[in-house]
Structures are given as structure tokens and as C-alpha cells.
Ligand binder design. Sequence first.
Ligand code: CTP
Length: 346
Amino acid sequence: MKTYLVGGAVRDGLLGRPVSDRDYVVVGASPDELLALGFKQVGASFPVFLHPETQEEYALARTERKTGDGYHGFKAYFGEDVSLEEDLKRRDLTINAMAQDLETGEIIDPYGGQKDLKDGVLRHVSEAFAEDPLRVLRVARFAAKLSFGVHWSTIKLMSTLVKNGEMKHLTKERVWKELERGLAEDRVDLLFITLFACGALEEFTPFKYAFSNQQNYWRTSSPLVKFLLAVGDEDVEVLDEWKIPSAYRNAVQALNHTEGALRHYARATPEERIKVISTLYADGFDKHGVLEYVMIGGEYVCNPFRVFEDYRKLKALDLAAVSKQAKDKNEDIKTAVLQAKIAALS
Ligand code: CTP
């Protein structure tokens, strides 16, 4: 029998965030063995045990199969032969599917959670994500909590769940509990944006004004964004051949120029980030619609919110004062401005 720390405690520990709840998973043990050690069993559909002293939760490693609609349509299997990797695989997101060996401190990360943490990406572990529609709301909540982007493949899977009517099987209490937690996060905009991006926002009628007038992005996005959704990163030469108007052509060009940097935005240098922002933003406005496109339809990883965060930092700079100071000191103004911008993003 071996015990590992799992889930949110490992994630938040790696992020250097305060850890509130600690969940443990026990591999290679039976309920009787834990009861004999003084653990107290709770939970009906699968056994969870409370530690005799700390009262922390210990669950037997398990696999889960969906057998019907909604939350109760599960069949849990928690034989002693269930491995740690199998238990981690049934979890929602890669960043939540890591474990820590309590003896050695080693992080067990079979699904790339550490990389996604570094890149700021929420990505489902496997198709088993679909087994619990509440996860659609969890993803939105984690986007708001961590200021992370959602991988396009996960948005796609979430959209399928919504389209198949899975959200309707959740009780209003569970939905509200999750949304209320999301509302408490700083970046509540990301909660709404994520729900909107997968079509789930409409499921929650109380939020009908969160994005007024937007039923779905094909109908309501700007023509530029719809165009980007349709053509993606097409060669601009092709657009020229078709005599596509410059606003549309420029949007595609802006996408082409920023795509690489956007993909690696979390790891981009301040200089690269400044370039991205100057290409995409004008007066707080996503002038080419590239960020909106990336958010709702781009087929690569990006975190548009970090871009906006950087934009706000750059906008807050008093560049007139920087220029004046450089001029007074007989320094090169362009260099001084660039240095101030780099410092703001460092
Ligand atoms: N989990 C899951 N699917 C769910 C709920 C939970 O896969 N619908 C798994 C995840 O591995 C998660 C762990 O169970 O990390 C613990 O869940 P919970 O305590 O609800 O969330 P945390 O991830 O700990 O995050 P937070 O503290 O923000 O609630």
C-alpha cells in the first residue's frame, strides 16, 4: 500500500499558491485495510476515508465509467490492482492529474501537467473528461482562478458536451456552487469568456447579460473574426489574388506575424511580447480581432488574457515623461522608451 498527495494540493504547491485542502490517493489497499488502520469511511458511491488524526481525505485509487446521464451515472472500480496512472487518467485536467510521492517528494506527472502549468494552459487529460459535465464549469472556474487559457481541443470537447445536452443533467445546486466559486475569483471575465466559448453560457439563464446580444460567435462576432475563423492563417498572397479588402488581409497578416509568439507567449521575451501587443492592440482594442479569434477558434494554445494584461501594463506607462527625461539627459529617446517597456513587462 502506498499513499500519494494528489490533485489541487500538488497543483497549487507547484504554483507556490496557498494549499487549502489536501487529498490523498491510496494505491494497492482494500477498504478493510484502511478501516483496520483507524480510518473512517465516508462517501457512498465510492469509498473515501478520513484520516484518524488529521481528518484529511484519503481515496482508494479508482477508475470510473459513465453508465448513464449526469452525476450519478457512474460506476467506480477501486480494486487493489488500480494503478496511480489509471487513477490520474480519470481526472479532469492535466494540471490536476499529478501526484506527489510522500516519501521522496517526487512529482508523478504522466500527462504533462507541469508543462501545462508553465504554459498557463487548461487541457483535459483524456476523453474521460466527458464523464462529468460539471468539469465544463470547473474549467471556467480554473481559467478565472489561475488566469489560464483553455486548450482548443478542450474547448471542443466542452462544446460537444454542451451540444449533447449534458449540462442539463447537473443539479442547479451543483452548478451554482461551482459558479459562485468562480465569481469569487479575480478574473471573473475569464469565467464568462470560457463558458461563452464552449456555448455553456446560455445554459445559465441568470447570466443572460454577461455577454448581451451574443448568441453564438458565428452570428455575433465582427466580420473580421468570422473571416479569421473561416480562413485561419492563410497565405496573404492567396488573399491578394482574390482581392480581399485590406482590413481582412491585415487581420490575417497580423495573425501570421503573431502566431508563433502567441503560441509561446508564456515563455516569450518582453521584446517579443511588446511586438505582439503593438501588432494587435490599438487604444485597448483588439484591432484585427486576432485575440478574439484565437480565444474562440484558434487551433493552438494561447492565453489572450496575458496579452491584455501586458497591454494594460504598457498603457499605464508615462512614455511622454520617459521621452522627456531621455531628451534632458541627451539619451536616445527610442532606446529609453523600449527600455521602459521592457522593464514594465519584466
Ligand atoms: N476532480 C476531477 N473531476 C471533478 C472534480 C475533481 O477530476 N469533477 C479531481 C481533480 O484531480 C482535482 C481533485 O479531484 O484536482 C480534487 O478536486 P477538488 O478538491 O474538487 O478540486 P481541486 O482541484 O482541489 O481545486 P480547488 O481547491 O480549487 O477546488
